[in-house]
Design a protein around this ligand. Sequence first.
Ligand code: SF4
Length: 208
Amino acid sequence: MKRAMTVFYEVDGSIYVNLTNRCNNNCEFCIRKNGDGAYGSDPLWLKREPTEAEALAMLEELDLSQYRELVFCGYGEPSVRLELCQKIASAARELCPKIKTRINTNGMSDLCFGENTAPKYANYFDTVSISLNAPNATKYDEICHPVYKLSAFPAILSFAQNVKNYVHNTVFTVVGDLLSDGEICECRKIAEELGIPLRVRSYIAPEN
Ligand code: SF4
């Protein structure tokens, strides 16, 4: 039976968590512009966000031992519900100590909460994957349309620099198709300067 709301969905041997559709960006390349789901999932648009009790109850129904990783990704920016992400990550580790946890984030939780949020990632996530997306604030604004405008990009760099002190496996990603070779080189330079690995990924084309 299909759930009225898809909060957990499988992708390539991992279990993904969709807690919110809210986001402080409106990226040109957002997978949400291409359809209703991701990687063959049921629709990920939420009529309402799951409560903490609902999300934890759904988690407990899963056999986490069959998954490599629990990934906070969503159909929105997971860090807008950072506290719930922490609770689910803790509960998942209690249920299945070997499971790895990752949060895929746009890196704007400092701006969202008005504080240094990096310490809140410690002990909950094995990996923090930050979408760098651009080599500078102007380009970031052009392709991601953040509500924080030109303040977004420097805040992302600051967050990344801080969070890697708490989560060793902090990585950057960019969508290579949207950037010139020169811009990708600039992104690599930024990543190197911050000591954070960069993964250049492909644009996820619309499903027909
Ligand atoms: S940050 Fe992520 S969820 Fe938000 S618009 Fe960009 S790609 Fe979509």
